[in-house]
Design a protein around this ligand. Sequence first.
Ligand SMILES: CC(C)(COP(=O)(O)OP(=O)(O)OC[C@H]1O[C@@H](n2cnc3c(N)ncnc32)[C@H](O)[C@@H]1OP(=O)(O)O)[C@@H](O)C(=O)NCCC(=O)NCCS
Length: 127
Amino acid sequence: MITIRKWRESDAPIGEAIGSIGVTFKEDVYRKNAEIGYFIGEKYWGKGYIKQAINLIVQFIFENFDVERVYAEPYADNIASRRALEQCGFTCEATLRQNVFKNNKLLNSCIYGILRQEYLEGKTKRL
Ligand SMILES: CC(C)(COP(=O)(O)OP(=O)(O)OC[C@H]1O[C@@H](n2cnc3c(N)ncnc32)[C@H](O)[C@@H]1OP(=O)(O)O)[C@@H](O)C(=O)NCCC(=O)NCCS
């Protein structure tokens, strides 16, 4: 798990933790996959920080581990997360219907993935 810290501009002290991003390496037949998960503190939404963090962790994973696919599973109604993934070069591979049961509601989720080949072709931004 990596803590995302503020590093420029003036709305938070430099170095303050503003969010977190983590990776889970899958096992057995899924061992060439890594799943990422993240959040940004609400005060810092809408500033593009998560895109920088996603780009950085994708680069870190492909440069350091024997992984061929990085993916995330946002809820279908999480437009900010989906848009951030798309802007980082991820493709929406599937919508999983009613696979989440949260607050007494059935929700859809989506699978977004990026392949090593796509990373090498420059689909995500190198930092
Ligand atoms: C998901 C999350 C990290 C996004 O953070 P954020 O700071 O809002 O993200 P960004 O500012 O980079 O926004 C991403 C994009 O979505 C767009 N967006 C955000 N809300 C939107 C909405 N309701 N409708 C359309 N577009 C929207 C933004 O405009 C931006 O696109 P742009 O760069 O073209 O303008 C943040 O909302 C969060 O932490 N949520 C709670 C935890 C969570 O959902 N984690 C993800 C689990 S998969």
